[in-house]
Design a protein around this ligand. Sequence first.
Ligand code: GSH
Length: 217
Amino acid sequence: MADEVKLYGLGGSPFVCRVKIALNMKGIKYENFEEDLGNKSADLLKYNPVHKKVPVLVHNGNPISESLVIVEYIDDVWKGLPILPQDPYEKALARFWAKFVDDKCMPAVYKVFGSKGDEQVVAEACEQMQILENELKVKGTKFFGGDNIGLVDIAADFMAYWLGIIEEATEIKFFTKDKFPKLTEWADHFVNCEIVKEILPPREDMVSFFKKRFGKA
Ligand SMILES: N[C@@H](CCC(=O)N[C@@H](CS)C(=O)NCC(=O)O)C(=O)O
């Protein structure tokens, strides 16, 4: 019997896009359910009663929540392009950096726009981003995953695509080639990967969304 794969998501969400990229890497067909977060569906509340957030993947009736957990599940279940390294130590490192992106980088970066670009808040975000920049420099590879994208690249999709969009919407810019030569180059490579490009939400829609979100429209 064919697998039944359903994704409860939202096109503009970087968390949901992580899952779409992973499914694309495995060539998995799925049914997409677009959620209205102002009026969450009964299915979403049933499948993710703890966080009530997207994404939720439902595989043959089994719901899985939290984007990075879902990405690892997809890698465990389906063949196709590998997402995590095989080697246990390399795998642990990938998980470490993905967690760093989620716990440290994304919140620090997002705070910048909430603070309307407060200097101290920008400095704190740059400090976290610099750690990622250095990691990429030390690795000396095109992607955090090596020659191809892997868990950390997928986890950092927000930095690669959404950050520039929010910068444009708010006119607050700190993610520059001067400050972050490696990371900006990585972001270009990442958003231009076929597998990534075809699932990213349209840039103009996202700019308008964030202009409204941050009171610039
Ligand atoms: N840690 C979660 C974050 C997911 C998340 O924040 N999703 C947002 C959309 S971008 C959401 O569903 N928000 C609804 C809410 O907070 O009520 C993950 O990685 O999946």
